[in-house]
Design a binder for this molecule. Structure first.
Ligand code: PMP
Ligand code: GLU
Length: 394
């Protein structure tokens, strides 16, 4: 009998985490790799949050928490949803999980049956497709391109819907494109979806605060979409808390209860100290972390300037998150330093080997024309990395 399940054998390794591991391994061999592959703020968690965690340890928070999170945390999340997004949720609609990633895994597990289709506007975050497949769903890619800022139009959405469409998953600001759907653009999508009342929306808003144009819009703000939107968020990005592993949803009560039941069998809930720290994080004004967003914006402008100086990198202007997603098709079919570049994966690998810069292939995000470059790195690192890339491709 085969040792491992078909389930795991059919699953792709997370390309972002795999590239980060590869960069770490090469560094271990003494290579001076600049890591622009992982979407992880390079800031430390702010002191006021760390202090709350230390306080929680000293206050002997050490027992199992309610599976769906401490009531005080769920209240802080309700306050945050109201304050930042104008969304009204009640306690049974909130579930705290081990990162937004587990929120997504829960949603797929409790909502998908075999063959249910999930629309994924491309490019989409790397783990969406595999989480869907793991739960016997069928990811359906909706292609967009750099010319439309990587955003799906209402017409494209309409054309992709079939009787099997169960959900649509998307992130705004988008990982990996940095694109942001305006309220009007979301409304146009909602106008299509209201004609298909059985389709649910997963609105992944984890980059909400990393927005350089202002005006974050949530799908759940529309009354006719509220009952079938699951709003996913978390503290990894805005609060520089990736390792703390806290994410949360606001959802229709039936779905929230199902997620609660699911994680009751899988994790028993999120780490108690991290939960206490997040109460403090969410009860504070988001202006406490504005300094990080200001710095990300400086870096975005810097990296765009530098990339636009290299022939063959076609960029748009990302409005949020901390990624650029240049189209690199110019290099396909070319031979650089004796290596033939046939696709984005080969190009990303070439940059790793020849420029010692780690990026991620767009193929992992459903767009084989692009690569993703994270600028959650210092300005010095960005300058040096793009200099090396320029040398490696000229
Ligand atoms: N959604 C998106 C779009 C992301 O980029 C990430 C990155 N980690 C996640 C969800 C998951 O975040 P976490 O599990 O760290 O909360
Ligand atoms: N979301 C980040 C990224 O896209 C972190 C890595 C991951 O969770 O896959 O790089």
């Amino acid at each position: 009998m085969q040792l491992l399940s078909d389930r795991i054998l059919n699953m792709a390794t997370s390309a972002t985490l795999a590239m980060a591991a590869k960069a770490r391994e090469l560094r271990g061999e003494g290579k001076d790799i600049i890591g622009l592959s992982l979407g992880e703020p390079d800031f430390n968690t702010p002191d006021f949050i760390k202090e709350a965690a230390i306080q929680a340890i000293n206050d002997d928070y050490n027992s199992y928490t309610p599976v769906d999170g401490y009531v005080e945390l769920k209240e802080a999340i309700i306050t945050k949803f109201k304050r930042d997004n104008g969304l009204t949720y009640t306690l049974p609609q909130i579930v705290v999980s081990t990162g937004a990633k587990q929120c997504l895994a829960n949603i797929a597990a409790v909502m998908l049956n075999t063959g249910d289709e999930v629309l994924l506007p491309c490019p989409y975050w790397v783990s969406y497709a595999d989480i869907v497949k793991l739960n016997d769903g069928v990811p359906v890619e909706v292609k967009t391109s750099i010319d439309t800022d990587f955003k799906m139009t209402a017409t494209q959405l309409e054309a992709a819907i079939t009787p099997k469409t169960k959900m649509i998953w998307f992130s705004s600001p988008c990982n990996p494109s940095g694109s942001i759907y305006s309220k009007e653009e979301l409304r146009a999508l909602a106008d299509v979806l209201v004609k298909h009342p059985n389709i649910y929306v997963v609105s992944d808003e984890i980059y909400e605060h990393i927005n350089y144009v202002g005006g974050h819009a949530s799908m759940a703000q529309f009354e006719d979409m509220y009952d079938r939107t699951i709003t996913v968020n978390g503290v990894s990005k805005a609060f520089a808390m990736t390792g703390w592993r806290v994410g949360y949803i606001g959802a229709p009560e039936k779905i929230a209860r199902a997620c609660n039941k699911m994680q009751g069998q899988i994790t028993s809930g999120t780490n108690c100290i991290a939960q206490r720290a997040v109460i403090t994080a969410l009860n504070e004004s988001p202006s406490r972390v504005q300094y990080m967003i200001d710095e990300f914006k400086v870096r975005r402008d810097l990296i765009l300037d530098l990339l636009n100086d290299i022939e063959g990198f076609k960029t748009n202007t990302p409005e949020g998150a901390f990624y650029v997603f240049p189209n690199v098709t110019h290099f396909f079919g070319k031979t650089l330093r004796g290596k033939t570049i046939n696709n984005a994966t080969a190009f990303s690998l070439y940059l790793l080997e020849e420029a010692l810069v780690a990026t991620v292939t767009g193929e992992a995000f459903g767009n084989p024309d692009c690569i993703r470059i994270s600028y959650a790195a210092s300005q010095e690192q960005i300058i040096e990395a793009i200099k090396r890339i320029k040398e490696a491709v000229s």
